[in-house]
Write a protein of this length. Structure first.
Length: 256
């Protein structure tokens, strides 16, 4: 059976819990850097103590994992819950180690964010495999293409945003020996990497736009053009012109 409304809400809640746990543990291990270079972050502003942060990380992580196993059991695939465990461990390893490796940490975060879409499809897989009607294979293939489109879009947009955030955090990362792409090479290298990522995204969207145009799907074509391609091109221009940290922060907000 597909998700009920309550189960879907639980799914969204579980993903938010895992993301919150990852954010907290990241802030925990970035405390010394943030205290000097990003004092507006929750921990430097003393919204709660470091000990409380660890407790919250544990609570959010275990709650998210617990809901994941429950939803997996309800969907007939209990093992899906282990994907939540892998996500929590990956976010912890990222906060402690992987963020210090150029681009690897960025790829990990982008992959985990886009994986939420794949995770949703995993929950629905048991139900989808029971579908049998005329042209059912075509419908399933279309769903798979949509999955690739949404997952790929999220991966690239998050990857670009993570690189831009590395530019924003350059001083703090450099002082704390966090060897990001921007620290190891330069701000220009970060701008080029983020721009190329966004151009790949625009190219992928252009491919789908020409498919829509060939099928006379004008509404879908216009939607991609106005809602995604034009704003992305505007962000690329802003990224090219950016020189100050405040400008990069605004670009990061736009990418979110």
């Amino acid at each position: 059976m597909p998700f009920t409304t309550v189960e879907f809400v639980l799914f969204v809640f579980s993903v938010l819990l895992i993301a919150a746990a990852g954010s907290i543990i990241y802030d925990y291990y970035s405390f010394e850097s943030d205290r000097e270079y990003q004092p507006d972050r929750p921990l430097p502003k003393a919204f709660f103590s470091l000990d409380t942060a660890l407790y919250l990380h544990a609570v959010f992580a275990f709650l998210g994992i617990g809901i994941g196993f429950y939803l997996g059991y309800s969907a007939g695939n209990f093992k899906i819950g282990y994907l939540y465990v892998i996500a929590v461990v990956a976010l912890y390893v990222y906060a402690v180690y992987l963020k210090k490796i150029p681009l690897i940490g960025n790829f990990v975060i982008a992959s985990l964010m886009s994986f939420s879409i794949v995770l949703l499809m995993q929950f629905e897989a048991t139900f989808l495999n029971t579908i049998s009607f005329e042209d059912s294979n075509y419908v399933l293939n279309m769903l798979l293409w949509q999955l690739k489109l949404y997952g790929g879009f999220m991966f690239l947009i998050v990857l670009a945003n993570e690189i831009v955030k590395d530019i924003v955090n350059k001083d703090g990362d450099d002082a704390n020996h966090v060897n990001t792409l921007v620290v190891q090479f330069s701000e220009i290298a970060g701008k080029i990497a983020a721009t190329l990522t966004l151009l790949i995204l625009v190219g992928g969207l252009a491919y789908f736009m020409q498919l829509f145009l060939a099928e006379n799907a004008i509404r879908e074509f216009v939607y991609l053009l106005v809602a995604l391609v034009i704003p992305l091109l505007a962000v690329i221009v802003l990224l090219f012109l950016a020189k100050e940290k405040t400008q990069y922060k605004r670009i990061s907000i736009l990418l979110k």
